[in-house]
Design a protein around this ligand. Structure first.
Ligand code: PLP
Length: 370
């Protein structure tokens, strides 16, 4: 039985009426940029993230770009981040004229190692960008404890609704950062029907600046306090996302249940190292990513059986040709490089049926002769 890595049609079929009527309302109103649907979604995301502000923008990439601009990051500045992530985390740093400073990851969580992040801070460091990779929050409190004066931009593109116990309190993705950034790319747990993104913050001044920066830097139309960007969230995307958001916690719970099923199904396979499932650091499992011996052979075998999988990410950013000018050498960030060789992500979307789950478990086990 074929099992796709992701089946967006299965989800759309369940919510089609709500989403289509929300889209039709926008079409009938003929108001397509920002406006009421965006403001409504911003309130919903601020409530979910427990932040004072949420500001919609055109993509998760732009959310990072605007966040850095709001912190005045530019030429000559350094931004500390991890190289085991999607390209946008560091591409945006480069595009602002700043220098990405890559540090290694914690091999258990794939997230940035707080000691390494703190050790990389210099007088030129303007921010640290931890990534909440695969849906699980990075240890923000450990980073903040080591470098309290450095702003944190939490790249939460993959982790809206994730939460983590900090000081005995559950803290939501984005809540504790200087600025948290989300992506609504269609394959995310909360995905639009096109591109979209959002920034969250507790800081009134930063929020005002972000609102200005997304409309060419002018709080009043045709009057510009600074040069910003065109990075507005479409009303149509906001309408789709507003109809989907009430389902998010249910979908994320479904992903967690699927992840737990895999983890118990692979418990006796020594060639596999399953992701850490920690109720004190509740992942939304945007990906179910494990480490596998003979990873490439496993992926070819899964493909031959019609089972979708993906490698996130095959080449860490410090070794990408475009960042050769930064001078990193192979072997310099060994945990990131090892992860790139070993990881494989399996289908974990919430609409998977129990027979599809069993098919994935059985096929992986068969590959290892179990
Ligand atoms: C970790 C991370 N950061 C940033 C982004 C960029 O988001 P977008 O594709 O919405 O620009 C993504 C999207 O894949 C991501 O996974």
């Amino acid at each position: 039985m074929p099992v796709p890595l992701l089946d967006l049609k299965a989800q759309h079929a369940l919510i089609r009426d709500d989403v289509v009527s929300a889209m039709l309302r926008v079409v009938d109103d003929q108001l397509f940029i920002l406006g009421e649907p965006v403001e409504r979604l911003e309130r919903m995301v601020a409530d979910l993230s427990r932040t004072r502000h949420a500001i919609g923008c055109a993509s998760g990439t732009d959310a990072l770009l605007l966040a850095m601009r709001a912190l005045d990051i530019g030429r000559g500045d350094e931004v500390v981040t991890a190289p085991f992530t999607f390209f946008a985390t560091a591409g945006t740093v480069h595009n602002l004229g700043a220098t990405p400073v890559f540090v290694d990851i914690d091999p258990d969580t794939f997230n940035i190692a707080p000691d390494a992040a703190a050790a990389a801070v210099t007088s030129r460091t303007k921010a640290i960008i931890p990534i909440d990779l695969f849906g699980q929050m990075a240890p923000l409190e450990e980073i903040r404890a080591r470098t309290p004066a450095i702003p944190i931009i939490e790249d939460a593109a993959q982790s809206i609704g994730a939460n983590r116990m900090i000081g005995g309190q559950r803290v939501m993705a984005g809540e504790a950062a200087t600025i948290g950034t989300f992506s609504f790319f269609p394959s995310k747990n909360l995905g639009g029907y096109g591109d979209g993104g959002m920034m969250v913050t507790q800081d009134d001044g930063i929020a005002e600046r972000l609102r200005r920066l997304r409309v060419h830097g002018g709080a009043t139309q045709y009057f510009h306090d600074e040069v910003g960007f065109n990075s507005r969230l479409d009303a149509l995307q906001a309408a789709v996302l507003g109809a989907k958001l009430p389902h998010l916690s249910h979908w994320s719970a479904g992903r967690r249940a699927n992840a737990a099923y895999y983890t118990s199904g692979f418990a006796d396979v020594p060639e596999l190292r399953t992701p850490c499932i920690d109720p004190a650091n509740e992942s939304i499992f945007n990906q179910y990513t494990l480490r596998a011996q003979r990873r490439d052979e496993l992926q070819a075998y899964l493909k031959s059986k019609g089972i979708g999988s993906a490698i996130y990410y095959p080449l860490p950013l410090h070794l990408q040709p475009c960042f050769a000018y930064l001078g990193y050498k192979k072997g310099q960030l060994p945990e990131s490089e090892r992860a790139a060789q070993e990881v494989i992500s399996l289908p974990v979307f919430p609409e998977l049926t129990s027979s599809q789950l069993d098919e994935v478990v059985g096929t992986v086990r068969a590959f290892y002769g179990r």
